[in-house]
Design a protein around this ligand. Structure first.
Ligand code: 13P
Ligand code: SF4
Length: 440
């Protein structure tokens, strides 16, 4: 069969390819992104008239939209715009939405602030298999993942910033504290962690006898890397009387040097309740400043780290959205700067944001955190409206986990996250202490 609708963008910013093994339809989307918006889209379609119509329609719908908006185009949206498809052709709408999403993911991966694979898991064979899997559409991939999950006795834990299709396959979707609690309670053989490296490491600290998989081993947290363990040891020597409270966004080696761990959801409570007047708080200077405000009786020594995603949210990015939605309340993550937090109505962890939106009488919210958070908010609080900040913040590391990589990880039981036993044993106490504190 010859391809139709043929258009190819040389040196495209993103390429997305999908195929349905049953009907043989295939689509390849090429996108160009300019200032966060899809400025050009071309496609190659192998398949029936419906598939050709779908790819044209998806291209039309996505052109000019910003990346986050375009990621939210669903099969239902495509179907509606087409005015319906015969039931046996409905899967074509899904192929179109998937191909577009893949192309955007490819763009985000290329743009990503991604570390080199530290243990060589991205061997060519594995990469080939990821490509092979990525030719299947999402429905087919999900079916294979669920089958493999049953065979391997696995639980899938997913952070709130993960891509929507990853959240949809999660047994549990939540914030760092909720995920660590779930990891501590599971009796499954395998934990598939869809988040970033420190989160999977925390699960491994709690589960020495279980296999912990991180489907993309390069998914790190740049903020966690801002506190290297040698520097933490030196800081402890400089402040011998300080209690070390580490945000969970740290490496296992740093946790092993800490007295307590905390998350964004219980940082204030942990700091207030631990014994000691002087607290070495690491690695987030913004969270440290937020905690210091609520625990004035202690001397907080902040580390100079930050999350680039939250640091880049400026007050003007929030106000820009508020101007169009004057009745909206502002919900911010405590990793944001003091200036942003000072105008927020609610400062909460990612899952705390869901609770705040449920509890508030407001119907609209500007959400100052990673833009992926809009998906779980909409899902959990369907009657209310949520807007990301004007700069549409994305954590490229969080977006590295894809359905093909989850399937590959389950098939191979790799890549695994393992913590050396001497480090794990020392890191366990501060992590267990963290689990004992409720939210602020
Ligand atoms: P939460 O624990 O609030 O989900 O935050 C994790 C994180 O990495 C925020 O950037
Ligand atoms: Fe790390 Fe920031 Fe990404 Fe959270 S959003 S994982 S803190 S880089």
């Amino acid at each position: 069969m010859n391809p139709r609708n043929v258009g190819v963008i040389e040196k495209a910013d993103g390429v997305g390819e999908v195929g349905n093994p049953v009907c043989g339809d295939m689509m390849t989307f090429y996108i160009r992104v300019d200032k966060g918006r899809l400025s050009e889209i071309k496609f190659k379609t192998f398949g029936c008239g419906a598939a050709i119509a779908v790819s044209s329609m998806v291209g039309e719908m996505a052109l000019g939209k910003d990346v986050e908006e375009a990621l939210r185009i669903t099969r239902e949206d495509v179907d509606e715009r087409l005015g319906g498809l015969p039931s046996e052709k409905m899967h074509c709408s899904n192929l179109g939405a998937d191909a577009l999403r893949r192309a955007i993911h490819d763009y985000l991966d290329r743009r990503g602030n991604v570390k080199e694979d530290p243990v060589g898991h991205s061997a060519q064979g594995a990469q080939d298999r990821v490509l092979e899997n990525s030719l299947l559409d999402d429905d087919a991939l999900v079916e294979l993942i669920l089958e493999e999950k049953r065979k391997k006795d696995a639980v899938i834990l997913v952070h709130n910033y993960q891509r929507p299709e990853i959240q949809d396959i999660g047994d549990f979707v939540g914030d760092s504290l909720g995920l660590a609690l779930k990891a501590s309670e599971t009796d499954m053989d395998v934990i598939v962690f869809c988040g970033v490296h420190f989160m999977a490491e925390t699960a491994a600290i709690l589960n020495p006898d279980r296999i912990v998989l991180l489907p993309e081993i390069r998914a790190g947290c740049p903020m966690a890397d801002m506190a290297p363990v040698e520097a933490v040891r030196r800081a402890k020597e400089l402040h011998p009387n300080a209690v070390v409270v580490s945000y969970v966004n740290t490496t296992a080696a740093v946790k092993a040097e800490s007295d307590y761990c905390c998350t964004s959801s219980n940082a204030v409570r942990v700091t207030r309740e631990v014994e000691g007047e002087e607290i070495l708080f690491l690695p987030d200077r913004n969270l440290a400043a937020y905690v210091a405000k609520y625990v004035p009786e202690k001397r907080i020594i902040p580390w100079d780290g930050y999350c680039h995603v939250h640091q880049d949210i400026a007050v003007k990015d929030v106000m820009e959205v508020l101007e169009n939605h004057p009745g909206a309340e502002i919900i911010a993550h405590p990793e944001c700067t003091e200036e942003v937090l000072s105008i927020a109505d609610h400062v909460r962890s990612t899952s705390g944001m869901v609770a705040a939106a449920n509890e508030s009488s407001a119907d609209e919210f500007v959400v100052a955190t990673e833009a992926g958070m809009i998906y779980p908010l909409k899902r959990a609080v369907p009657g209310k409206l949520f807007y990301p900040t004007g700069n549409k913040p994305l954590c490229p590391n969080m977006k590295l986990i894809t359905l093909p990589k989850v399937l590959l990880a389950l098939e191979n039981l790799e890549p695994r996250v393992m913590v050396p036993e001497d480090v794990r044993v020392r890191a366990l106490l501060p992590v267990e202490r963290m689990l004992g504190f409720n939210s602020n």
